[in-house]
Design a protein around this ligand. Structure first.
Ligand code: ADP
Ligand code: LRH
Length: 477
């Protein structure tokens, strides 16, 4: 086989897509087959994902995809799951990680088990929605199997049950040293370890489409392949790095800011800085921190009735910078709700002028994210000992020139923006590798660098202004 086409199902927190990726020597071409919004639904006070709606879109996407697919891979946002009963039936609709059911749960578990024990066991940053805390808040009495979202969709497509490792690493229940399910943590938390399915690696085969799914989509005997099913793992696999001394920002609903390592960093300083050691493709470690990301913008746009984004960003670029600032990672910004008011209140509280217009609010978000990117990049380098020459900013945020430019200025590092669809590319490349069409991570990344549209942003050199702003905001990194 010299060239082949693979389908990538990539479900982000804000939208999903089915892409067809053609891979061969010197070829990596992605075509959008179907794109659909991912809108959470509140039912009886609980915020859910519309998982059947998403699955329906995946089926529609496969129906429209080229007939000659070599395989299909699925990735999605992390941590969230469905529970199956003993008959394999979904018990209720998956709950959104931004739902309030976990309020106070993480603090209780941390107080009971201790931060050091939790961090040494899983290497994971403390986020209130990690699967481990969601499970501690859930009713598991009828649960026979837990499936993370991509594994749930793969189960519906194939009938096969398993847990892909990169996404399993975001649960808080995977042992960071052995890459297997922790024996200790479920026991300590009284969670039924039997619901955790056998683990599988990116690049392995999951199974063929069930006969009814094959008939419905018109893909006879199509194979579903395991990929880096955590969207961030797939995105990092497709970072177009041409040097080892790179950092990445996977920038969409979240900004995932960090470096790639061979081994986890489990020091006290790392724990206190809330850095995470998530599992990457090929056993790499994604050493990163979650920055609240474009969620602040998405949720502001929603409050304003979804005005035109490029026009608003152009206006924001003309607003004087570094006046109104927020700490984007303040937990008050995590839940859905009126974001512009929360931003204004935060500015007021911190002694910054409140943004008076939409453009000023957007500028505040961009400056604040750039400062948070700066802090996380500096911390990632300091805590891991890895030197950084270039920052690769991938995902939907790479279309935001203002944010890319400000991130370069704030960090004092060149920012290479793109590809927009890094996640789908990483998904496709891991499948292509299983077919011998491309080599390991360095070769895959070189192919991305050679074939995709990238834009370089050089820092302007006004580092002192950014340093002062970081100090004023307490985000010095
Ligand atoms: P996720 O995977 O988390 O759903 P994406 O990687 O799809 O996120 O990125 C979505 C984000 O990309 C949007 O929130 C928006 O801020 C940004 N974006 C999309 N289109 C544009 C555009 N034309 N200009 C600037 N930013 C854009
Ligand atoms: C980004 C992402 C991120 C997780 C969050 C829940 O889509 O997967 O890596 O922390 O969603």
């Amino acid at each position: 086989m010299k060239e082949a086409t693979f389908a990538a199902v990539d479900l982000g927190a804000s939208s999903g897509r089915v892409m067809a990726g053609r891979v061969g020597p010197g070829t990596l071409a992605l075509e959008e087959v179907r794109r659909f919004p991912n809108r959470p639904v509140r039912v009886n006070g609980t915020l859910h994902w519309d998982v059947l709606g998403l699955y329906g879109n995946v089926l529609d996407g496969l129906r429209s995809a080229p007939r000659d697919l070599a395989s299909v891979g699925i990735d999605s946002w992390a941590v969230d799951y469905g529970l199956l009963d003993a008959n394999g039936t979904l018990l209720g609709n998956p709950v959104h990680y931004r739902d309030a059911r976990t309020v106070g749960v993480m603090d209780r578990v941390r107080a009971e088990l201790g931060d050091d024990l939790l961090y040494q066991a899983s290497g994971l940053q403390f986020l209130p929605f990690n699967t481990i805390y969601q499970l501690a808040a859930d009713d598991l009495s009828r649960a026979a199997t837990l499936l993370l979202v991509p594994d749930l969709l793969a189960y519906w497509l194939t009938g096969e049950i398993g847990a892909e490792r990169t996404n399993a690493s975001t649960t808080g229940l995977l042992d960071v040293r052995t890459g297997t399910w922790s024996q200790d943590l479920p026991a300590r938390l009284d969670l039924p370890a039997k619901i955790l399915p056998p683990l599988r690696d990116p690049g392995s085969a999951i199974g063929a489409l069930r006969a009814d799914v094959a008939a419905e989509t018109g893909h006879d005997a199509l194979q579903v392949a395991a990929v880096g099913s955590h969207d961030t793992a797939s995105a990092v696999a497709a970072v177009p790095a041409t040097t080892g001394r790179f950092a990445y920002i996977s920038c969409g609903t979240w900004s995932l800011v960090g470096v790639e390592l061979d081994a986890p960093v489990l020091t006290e300083a790392s724990r206190k800085a809330n850095f995470t050691n998530e599992g990457g493709v090929d056993g790499t470690v994604r050493y990163l921190r979650n920055v609240m990301g474009l969620w602040l913008l998405q949720e502001s746009l929603r409050a304003w009735g979804d005005p035109d984004l490029p026009a608003l960003l152009a206006e924001a670029a003309d607003v004087p910078g570094l006046r109104s600032l927020v700490d984007p990672d303040d937990p008050e910004f995590l839940p859905p709700g009126d974001m512009p008011s929360r931003i204004a209140a935060h500015c007021r509280r911190r002694g910054f002028p409140e943004p008076a217009t939409r453009a000023e609010t957007v500028r505040c978000i961009m400056d604040s994210l750039a400062l948070a990117h700066r802090a996380a990049l500096r911390q990632a380098s300091r805590l891991s000992g890895k030197e950084i020459d270039v920052v690769h900013l991938v995902g939907g945020g790479s279309r935001n020139d203002l944010l890319c430019r400000l991130t370069a200025d704030a960090s004092g590092l060149p920012v290479v923006a793109g590809p927009v669809e890094a996640t789908a590319l990483g998904n496709v490349l891991v499948q292509a590798r299983a077919h011998g069409l491309v080599g390991g991570l360095p070769e895959s990344r070189a192919l991305v660098a050679a074939t995709q549209d990238l834009r370089r942003h050089t820092p302007s050199g006004d580092g002192a202004r950014w340093r002062d702003a970081a100090v004023r905001l307490g985000l010095d990194g």
